[in-house]
Unconditional design. Structure first.
Length: 258
């Protein structure tokens, strides 16, 4: 008997309004579920640390000009190196952002934003997705979850969450050393410390095998960017499905799910 399908799509938290390419992945997964049945799983890689991931590109309702908004961060260390699930949201960020939203989104969506509360960037992005109804019936698996990390397979290419200057940062493990990438050829070497599986998250190249060891999906909805680096040989049991095409894929999707 064939196992019930597990249809997965993956993405970092990608803006306080989800990017259009994430909505396209969700819609593709839902259509596939309607055809073959099974369970929908969102692998949320909230261990990523890149603050550019949550840039939210909005289009002006009258002029059609675009504006780029993002979270603010408490300090440089946190902004640059802390994982998204540990980037704390300053108390005044939401109120300041609310003042800008009427130029870009409808009143009902502004109210959803106003009512959303979360302590960190990843939680806020997920809660907005839920309130916009894009995650109804979807199981969310987070790469920051200690239980997920304990259950995942071991990989040789990974990051480690470690303390640094009063924050927790996501350091790359390279040749037995922990380093932070400052940009270009510049790195910060961190002291060697003991660490366990609960502190480990995968790199881009090891993420598929790490995720699959936990999710065990039968189908994976892949974006155009993912296709460039995904290695199907790491999980030959997965059927890869291209997400649907969507215009202005990197802009925010600011509508409530039908």
């Amino acid at each position: 008997m064939n196992p019930s399908p597990i249809i997965c799509f993956g993405q970092q938290p990608c803006g306080f309004f989800p990017k259009r390419f994430l909505v396209a992945k969700i819609r593709t997964a839902r259509r596939l579920q309607a055809e073959i049945g099974g369970t929908l799983v969102y692998f949320c890689h909230d261990s990523d640390h890149d603050p550019r991931e949550t840039r939210t590109l909005l289009r002006h309702r009258k002029t059609e000009q675009t504006a780029q908004l993002n979270f603010s961060f408490e300090n440089r260390i946190q902004r640059k190196f802390s994982p998204l699930h540990l980037k704390r949201i300053p108390a005044d960020w939401q109120a300041k952002t609310l003042l800008q939203l009427p130029n870009y989104v409808e009143h009902d969506v502004i109210e959803i934003f106003r009512q959303t509360a979360a302590a960190n960037v990843a939680d806020f992005c997920l809660e907005m997705c839920r309130r916009l109804k894009w995650l109804e019936g979807v199981q969310v698996v987070r790469s920051s979850d200690p239980a997920v990390r304990r259950a995942a397979c071991e990989v040789s290419d990974f990051f480690v969450d470690v303390p640094y200057e009063g924050e927790v940062v996501r350091a790359r493990f390279q040749e037995g050393n922990l380093v932070l990438h400052e940009g270009g050829d510049a790195y910060i070497a961190l002291p060697r410390v003991e660490f366990g599986k609960e502190q480990i998250s995968p790199t881009r190249d090891s993420r598929l095998r790490w995720m699959q060891s936990v999710v065990g999906c039968t189908h994976y909805v892949a974006g155009a960017g993912e296709r460039a680096y995904l290695r199907p040989e790491d999980a030959p049991e997965i059927n890869f499905v291209d997400r649907e095409t969507i215009e202005r894929f990197d802009e925010a999707y600011t509508e409530i799910a039908p």
